[in-house]
Design a binder for this molecule. Sequence first.
Ligand SMILES: [Zn+2]
Ligand SMILES: [Zn+2]
Length: 186
Amino acid sequence: MAKRKCKVCGVVFEKLRPLQFVCSPACGAEYAKAQRAKQAAKAKREAKAKERVKTLALRRKLETVPELTKKAQAAFNRYIRLRDAGKPCISCGAAWKDNFQACHYVPAGRSSKLRFDEDNVHGGCVRCNLYESGNLRGYRIGLIHRIGEKRVIEMETDYEVKRWGKEELRELAALYRKKARELERG
Ligand SMILES: [Zn+2]
Ligand SMILES: [Zn+2]
């Protein structure tokens, strides 16, 4: 018969039957106890993981459209700032600065659809965005320069109302986080 080391006390013993891991009934009891403890710990871990999934699902369910819109907008704006880094202010042509903002041409409040349209949002200086109400006259000129007059007029005359669903907003946030990461990697 083969020799083997007792899993509990480490003594080397003659194995009498297959799947014998221990040298004696006493070590057998010890071994069984350890196995039970292991099982219990595993069950506890699994229950905890399940609970975590449930909490996450609940949190997701409770997220509101305005909250998700805010998150998607933050991800989108961040991407726009990265995309336009180094470019002058869309409205006044001022040289790029770190504090440039993602400025909407057609305001988000006027068009829910264009709120997340890359053609409609460009990097601009704080003065134009906050104090000149977007400096829309200058914005229009700069925008025509970047995307062409045809597209600008299309956006100006687009009155389609878009109701973003929760899932869509989550997807938008994920998409723009990914696009931002790609730009950061260069
Ligand atoms: Zn033993
Ligand atoms: Zn400006």
